[in-house]
Design a protein around this ligand. Structure first.
Ligand code: PMM
Length: 284
């Protein structure tokens, strides 16, 4: 299975985010977590998501890593159930063991925010699974917590280009095929506000490259910043309209997909961009 299998002809793909984490209103039991995640995933699909990104470990600033077994027990049942319902999923993991178990359970894509670097077995698992993979840019000393700003050598765009090229080379050397690969500039991962905007400004360069591009701007701090700059108090959810704006522009520029929490607004944005782009065909 290659990326073409997932690509939506004529428009940008909408990936809805489902984080399977302990629920503060439940006893934290695994079945409750899984049931809540499934209900959320089905709702996102009904709202227009094309696939569901399932994660069992947060990388938000301040996050601590969960143990591999907990992560696996969170994501695999959700992936298996959605697969049985005919819903495409990706697994958001930095662990080869979790990626392999997810592939067994029918996951359609491996989404690794470390770009295959956090686990020495990851590229081999990606090659064996023969399914699409997303390699994301994240320059860090230790994977786990996306906080802080890394040194991008004074030019974040050049750094992301170069690092993604290196990740692709390593993946190919491990047996991953070119048509499996999606790339992601990794907005918000050890990047300053300016870094994130510079990467969005350079999006056409990334989209113009060989590999499909996934954009993950949803509810990131730099986006909440547009309201904060106007003196407003903001929570991550308040960045949903700004996220939809990023979706519209990214989709119009030809991004392969967007990874979002609020599906309805981004699906609207994607559909607007699709109409906008295709209307050229009817215009003198
Ligand atoms: N961001 C987060 C998690 N996984 N995966 C990809 N490919 N791209 C991203 O930008 C990305 C990701 C962190 O966001 P969340 O904590 O809101 O899920």
């Amino acid at each position: 299975m290659n990326v073409d299998t997932l690509t939506i002809p004529g428009r940008c793909l909408v990936m809805g985010i489902v984080n399977v984490t302990e629920d503060s209103f439940s006893d934290g039991g695994r079945f409750v977590e899984v049931d809540l995640a499934l209900a959320h995933a089905r709702q996102l699909v009904a709202e227009g998501a094309d696939m569901i990104d399932v994660g069992g470990e947060s990388t938000r600033p301040g996050a601590v890593r969960v143990d591999p077994e907990t992560e696996l027990n969170r994501v695999v049942p959700v992936i298996r159930a959605l697969h049985e319902e005919g819903i495409h999923t990706s697994v958001d993991t930095m662990r080869a063991s979790v990626a392999a178990a997810s592939a067994e359970a029918g996951v359609s894509m491996i989404n690794d925010v470390s770009g295959g670097l956090a686990d020495p077995e990851m590229f081999a698992v990606m090659a064996d699974a023969k399914i699409p993979v997303c390699l994301m840019h994240w320059r860090t000393v230790q994977f786990g917590d996306a906080a802080g700003n890394a040194d991008h050598g004074g030019n974040v765009v050049a750094d992301v280009h170069q690092t993604l090229d290196e990740l692709v080379a390593r993946a190919l050397a491990a047996g991953v095929s070119r048509d499996q690969i999606v790339l992601d500039p990794g907005l918000g991962f050890a990047k300053s506000r300016e870094d994130n905007w510079a990467l969005l400004n350079a999006l056409p360069e990334f989209i113009g490259g060989e590999f499909p591009i996934l954009v993950g701007a949803s509810r990131k701090r730099f986006l909440a910043g547009v309201r904060r700059e106007r003196g407003l108090e903001v929570t991550p959810v308040d960045a949903d309209p700004a996220t939809a704006a990023v979706t519209a522009v990214s989709a119009h520029m030809g991004a392969w997909g967007v990874r979002v929490h609020n599906v309805p607004v981004s699906r609207d944005a994607v559909d607007v961009a699709a109409h906008w782009r295709s209307a050229g065909a009817y215009h003198g």
